[in-house]
Design a protein around this ligand. Structure first.
Ligand code: NCD
Length: 321
């Protein structure tokens, strides 16, 4: 495997391989000296056409902990704001010898274009494309779920996970549904009818419009941000009405499993999709998600640049089980 463009690039064995590798690497990040020499002399470019806090610094930290050289390239302040094309930008990065390009772009499919056009020899990693996919977010969420619900090993077979909110605009939801299904979880997506994408019936999940009907005994609730900046119409009457029907508050939180967890990819609209007390509750793992993002991205860079052992994955994983 050379690129990571979609959560569907990962089959069961390769997904487990990434999670296991991240778990091993987390032992390094717990040490006082957090650096490994693995990617010394390799160059990772962070190419960000859209704003980002967590994902960009997380990829930067991951690459640096593996001793790679990191170039951060954001649209603001570069020739991209002068209208330079994706192709010319890519050719520049190729000329600089990029071994991996981590790309976030407002258009769905931009990372696929970069990977298929042949402008760049290195690996392409999708760090969020439009409303389409965000596979490393799904991996860090799967890692966090496995850590809290399964002692950090195995898969998520039989776990009940409820994903709630603005599914229409969420690349996090799509990638999570794909990966969580690959790992055996039972996923329910809950949204107002106006925020459900066309074609959701083809996704490997159940769809519901009623949050209260789905919470009892859930192993995890993943809240999605209401993405105001992508909204071209009005999708619900008022913020208050949205929170009343689809917000996670204390009463709703108390209905999930006693060991169940609350997740959010960030950035949060506190008081809208999640109340501040639930966001800060003991079983909210939102900060852990950020920590795990670094180790999971280390694993992705390590495996893609070190040569993902596609052929050995089956035997290696089977012998672990
Ligand atoms: C998400 C994104 O950018 O897709 N955030 C993230 O990567 N941590 C979700 C969001 O913006 O709501």
């Amino acid at each position: 495997m050379k690129h990571l463009l979609s959560a569907s690039d990962l089959n069961y064995n390769s997904a487990i391989r990434v999670l296991d590798t991240a778990r091993e690497l987390s032992l390094v990040t717990d040490r006082p000296v957090k650096k490994l020499p693995t990617l010394r002399g390799r160059t990772v470019v962070n190419l960000f056409f859209e704003d980002s806090t967590r994902t960009r610094i997380s990829f930067e930290a991951a690459a640096k902990r593996l001793s790679a050289d990191v170039i951060n390239f954001s649209a603001k302040g570069s020739s991209l704001s002068k209208g330079e094309s994706l192709k010319d930008t890519a050719l520049t990065l190729q000329a600089m010898g990029a071994d991996a390009v981590v790309i976030r772009h407002g258009s769905s499919g931009a990372p696929h274009r970069l990977a298929s056009a042949g402008w760049i020899d290195g690996s392409i990693i999708n760090a969020g494309d439009g409303t389409h996919e965000h596979p490393t977010q799904a991996l860090l969420d799967a890692y966090t779920l496995r850590d809290h619900l399964n002692g950090g090993v195995g898969d998520l077979a039989g776990k009940r996970i409820v994903i709630v909110g603005d599914v229409l605009h969420s690349r996090v939801a799509r990638s999570n549904v794909i990966l969580l299904a690959t790992l055996g979880a039972q996923v329910t997506v809950v949204a107002p009818p106006t925020l459900v994408p066309v074609g959701i019936e083809t996704w490997p999940c159940k769809v519901s419009y009623d949050l209260d009907a789905e919470l009892d005994g859930a192993d995890a609730v993943m809240m999605l941000r209401v993405q105001g900046e992508r909204m071209i119409h009005s999708y619900f009457p008022t913020t208050r009405e949205y929170s009343r029907r689809y917000g996670l508050n204390r009463q709703r939180f108390e209905r999930i499993s006693e060991s169940g967890i609350v997740m959010h990819p960030g950035p949060m609209n506190r008081g809208m999709e999640i109340t501040a007390d639930v966001a800060d509750a003991e079983r909210s793992v939102i900060v852990d998600q950020v920590t795990n993002g670094v180790t999971v991205r280390m694993a992705v860079l390590y495996l893609l640049l070190g040569g993902f052992p596609d052929d050995s994955v089956d035997s290696a994983v089977e012998s672990d089980q």
